[in-house]
Ligand binder design. Structure first.
Ligand code: ADP
Ligand code: ADP
Length: 228
C-alpha cells in the first residue's frame, strides 16, 4: 500500500511543486496519475522512489515509512518498487537478457532463480525471441517492453511508470497500456503517469488528476461502454 498524508515538497529554488497531497493506493490497484505539464506528477514519482524528500507530511510505501527511513532500509523499500522511466535507461552494451540478469544479481538472486525468472518475464512482455539482442537493435516499443521486463524481474509489489508511452505511436501506446493492465491483473499494483487523456479514458481505471501540486479529482474514469 502507498499512502501520502498532507505531503508538501519544495525544491531548493523555492518552487512549491507539491502543495498538500493526501492519497492512498491499495495493493492491487491500477491508478493513472494525470495533469498538465509542471503540475507535479514527476515530483510525486520522485517522492515515491525517495529521490527527493517531502518538506512536510508523511509517506508510507509498502510498509516503509519514507519520512524516517534509515539508509539501510532504502534499498529494501526500493525493491518493493519497479520503476519504468520514459527514457528506458537500458544498458546498451548488454543484451536484453544481460540487462535483466544485472538487476537480479544486484539483489542477490541465485543463478537458478535468474534462469527461471528471466524467460518468464520476457515471455510476459512478448520478447522471448529478443533475449540476445542489444537495446540498439530493438524498436522503441520493444525497448520500452524491456524496460517493463526489467522493472518486473525482481517481482516488486508495485510498478511505477513515468510517461511510459512518451515516445510511442498511438497503437504502440495502447499495446503498452494493455500490457500494464495485464501485469496488474497478475497481482502487481500499477501507477502510471501520463498526459495521454484519450488513452486513459479508454481503460476505465482510477484516475487521479494533479494540478498545481494538488489532487483536483480522483475518480474512476473512462467512457461507459468504452472500447476496452
Ligand atoms: P510534471 O511531472 O507534472 O510535469 P514536475 O513534478 O516535473 O511536473 O514539476 C512540478 C513543478 O516543480 C514545476 O513547476 C517544475 O518547474 C518544478 N520543478 C521540477 N523539478 C525541479 C527541480 N529539480 N528544481 C526546481 N523546480 C523543479
Ligand atoms: P515498432 O513498430 O514496434 O516500433 P519497428 O518498425 O521500429 O517496430 O521495428 C520492426 C522490427 O525491426 C523490430 O522487430 C525490431 O527489432 C527491428 N529493428 C528496428 N530497428 C532496428 C535496428 N536498428 N537494428 C536491428 N533491428 C531493428
Amino acid at each position: 500500500m502507498i499512502r501520502l498524508k498532507d505531503v508538501e515538497m519544495e525544491y531548493d529554488n523555492g518552487t512549491r511543486a507539491i502543495q498538500g497531497i493526501s492519497l492512498t493506493i491499495e495493493d492491487g490497484e491500477f491508478v493513472f496519475l494525470v495533469g498538465p505539464s509542471g503540475s507535479g506528477k514527476s515530483t510525486i514519482i520522485k517522492l515515491l522512489t525517495s529521490e527527493v524528500e517531502p518538506s512536510a507530511g508523511r509517506i508510507m510505501i509498502n510498509g516503509f515509512s519514507v519520512s524516517n527511513i534509515s539508509g539501510r532500509q532504502i534499498p529494501l523499500m526500493r525493491r518493493t518498487l519497479g520503476v519504468i522511466f520514459q527514457d528506458f535507461r537500458l544498458i546498451e552494451k548488454k543484451t536484453v537478457y544481460e540487462n535483466l540478469e544485472f538487476v537480479m544479481r544486484a539483489v542477490g538472486a541465485s543463478p537458478k532463480e535468474i534462469k527461471k525468472r528471466i524467460p518468464y518475464v520476457l515471455n510476459l512482455v512478448g520478447l522471448e525471441q529478443k533475449s540476445k539482442s542489444h537495446p540498439t537493435e530493438l524498436s522503441g516499443g520493444e525497448q520500452q517492453r524491456v524496460a517493463i521486463a526489467r522493472a518486473l524481474v525482481n517481482n516488486p509489489n508495485t510498478i511505477i511508470a513515468d510517461e511510459p508511452t512518451g515516445n510511442l505511436d498511438p497503437e504502440r501506446s495502447l499495446e503498452l497500456m494493455s500490457l500494464l493492465v495485464k501485469i496488474n491483473q497478475l497481482g502487481t499494483t500499477v501507477v502510471v503517469v501520463t498526459h495521454e487523456k484519450d488513452l486513459v479514458d479508454r481503460f476505465g481505471k482510477r484516475v487521479v488528476t494533479i494540478e498545481a501540486g494538488r489532487v483536483v479529482n480522483d475518480s474512476i474514469g473512462g467512457y461507459v461502454g468504452g472500447r476496452i
